[in-house]
Design a protein around this ligand. Sequence first.
Ligand SMILES: Nc1ncnc2c1ncn2[C@@H]1O[C@H](COP(=O)(O)OP(=O)(O)OP(=O)(O)O)[C@@H](O)[C@H]1O
Ligand SMILES: [Mg+2]
Length: 278
Amino acid sequence: MVSVEKDISVESLLNQPAVTVTNLSKSFKGIPALQQVDFAVRNGEMVALVGASGSGKSTLLRTINGLQMADSGTVKIFDTPLQSDSKLHSKARQLRAQVGFIFQQFNLVSRLSVLENVLIGNLSRTPSVRSAFRLFTQAEKTRALAALDRVGILGQAYKRAALLSGGQQQRVAIARCLMQGAQIILADEPIASLDPESARRVMELLVDLNRDQGLTVITSLHQVQMVRFYCDRSIALRDGTVQFDGETTALGDEQLSNIYGAAAEELVQRGHAEMLTG
Ligand SMILES: Nc1ncnc2c1ncn2[C@@H]1O[C@H](COP(=O)(O)OP(=O)(O)OP(=O)(O)O)[C@@H](O)[C@H]1O
Ligand SMILES: [Mg+2]
């Protein structure tokens, strides 16, 4: 665990920055994907990351947990640098253990059981020989089963991951983050491949974990009505720059046109249609 021991009180912990991004820039072959991005997310916030396709959402999320190196700028997790000016900090591994990542396509090992998929979420803390042979202790199995219970799919523990529905697989991915001991969840379009009912359940699980366990959540979402319903704060990117950072209620149609350009009208209309059908 990375220390947050300076002044322990509920108030001080809530005001601690969980993720701080300073002057972050990244280009691919000379084309900027992130340009001097700055923001801070406090412990226990639930933040939507929005923007048109190619605006830099995935690049930003991947850079926050060090899957991707920025060209310049700093990412801090709990006030400790994870990467700075394209160098990983020596504490990066410990910091990354506190940051869970959820992908649109779930990224489970389909031939392994649900339980094994959750257990390997703990790999960064498990000696490599043991993990290679998938030898887990009873205590680890108990924790993994508790994580599956928390996400509501304990009954599927011994099934092969491939046999689960998309919504169930995404809940396994969330259980894996819990097993890992993540305090922060970064989710890249976690509901984009799900039917409306499964999407709603996954979002409600993330909201529960945020409210009950104080997990900090940053999630990219392309459905505006989901952003408005589930996330109090939004950060919007356009061409790799922050166009909006504030209360989601202030994200009106005019701001959406700024963020999405010509695609905005279609997006809002699609949102209304999904509300009616979903
Ligand atoms: N590995 C890569 N190699 C080259 N270019 C990349 C790479 N990853 C991202 N890019 C480019 O960086 C820009 C931002 O891409 P990114 O995937 O972060 O956008 P996004 O907002 O997540 O889009 P989407 O909504 O389609 O997922 C795009 O122009 C993309 O083509
Ligand atoms: Mg993306």
